[in-house]
Design a protein around this ligand. Structure first.
Ligand code: NAD
Length: 273
């Protein structure tokens, strides 16, 4: 039985991890961590807030991120979908206690990336901007597509997410854009985030990245490859967060037996049959 410590447990992804784990015989959510004062944590747990704080119950332990170091021994692996601060705290606690970490938190800055890299020198850390195995497949298909699509064709990426998403563009859109740039020999200065005003003719080699926000879109990424008089579209749509949760649980299985280091979803051997 693999016991998960979920950071950001009261959030959309935290709840999706809970639901995905409940469908599996060999995985359970043992510890739920969220911010102080997040009411939804109490709703998710099996004991009252006072009981959880006083000594931690034998199952369904809940706590705030401040408790993370103390409760880590109750879990085998930490799965974080919280925010930049939660991801950092999780990484520091995992490194201190020798517990592997899977993190899907996006919008991390330089400092947070350094904290993750430092933790990865002590424990296995797997991070991904998108845990969907469909997006992993899209990235592999992108490599093949760009080997065939003429270099003069323009690339634009359009992503759509729910109205609550805090970071923009999505980590996945950035990942797709950078992978395309890498294959075409470009750099971040070729990225164009939206267009407004008299921007003039589109420079060749530019990759446009456009973020649409609204409603309840879970995650929708379209890559457009436009030539003269023809175009190709590659699109991935996540219909529910279970797609990310299932990938994150596969990642949790992976880090359990992995040596210290910084891993990505590419390190997973995903069976194709
Ligand atoms: P959400 O706002 O619904 O949930 C985040 C939860 O984390 C909240 O309950 C919040 O209280 C908690 N939290 C925030 N800071 C915390 C901290 N310091 N300590 C403990 N808990 C803290 O957000 P969400 O939609 O579940 O997304 C969470 C993160 O995961 C975002 O960065 C999002 O972009 C990312 N995400 C990644 C993937 C992926 O596949 N990699 C998929 C979906 C979302």
């Amino acid at each position: 039985m693999i016991s998960l410590v979920v950071v950001g447990a009261a959030g959309r992804m935290g709840r999706a991890i809970e639901e995905a784990a409940a469908t599996l015989d060999d995985v359970r959510v043992r510890v739920r961590i969220d911010r102080t004062g997040t009411v939804a944590v109490s709703a998710a747990k099996s004991v009252g807030a006072g009981g959880a704080r006083a000594g931690y119950a034998s199952s369904g332990i809940d706590g705030t991120v401040e408790d993370l170091g103390r409760v880590l021994e109750a879990g085998d692996v930490v799965v974080d979908f919280s925010g930049p601060e939660g991801a950092c705290r999780a990484a520091e606690a995992c490194a201190a206690r020798g517990v592997p970490l899977v993190t899907g938190t996006t919008g991390l800055g330089v400092r947070e990336n350094e904290v993750l890299a430092a933790a990865a020198r002590r424990v296995a850390v797997l991070r991904a901007a998108n845990f969907s195995l469909g997006v992993l497949a899209l990235r592999k298909i992108l490599g093949t597509a760009l080997a065939w699509i003429p270099k003069q064709w323009d690339i634009e990426i359009v992503e759509r997410h729910h109205r609550h998403k805090a970071d923009s563009p999505s980590g996945t859109a950035l990942l797709l854009a950078r992978e395309a740039l890498q294959r075409r020999g470009g750099s971040d200065s070729d990225l164009c985030f939206g267009r407004n005003g008299h921007v003039g003719e589109r420079p060749s080699g530019e990759i446009g990245v456009h973020a649409v926000r609204g409603g309840s879109w879970v995650g929708d990424h379209t890559m457009l490859f436009a030539g003269a008089g023809e175009w190709i579209e590659l699109r991935h749509v996540a219909q529910d967060r279970g797609a990310f949760a299932r990938g994150a649980i596969e990642a949790a299985r992976f880090v359990l037996s992995a040596a210290p280091g910084l891993y990505t979803l590419d390190d997973l051997q995903v069976p194709s049959s």
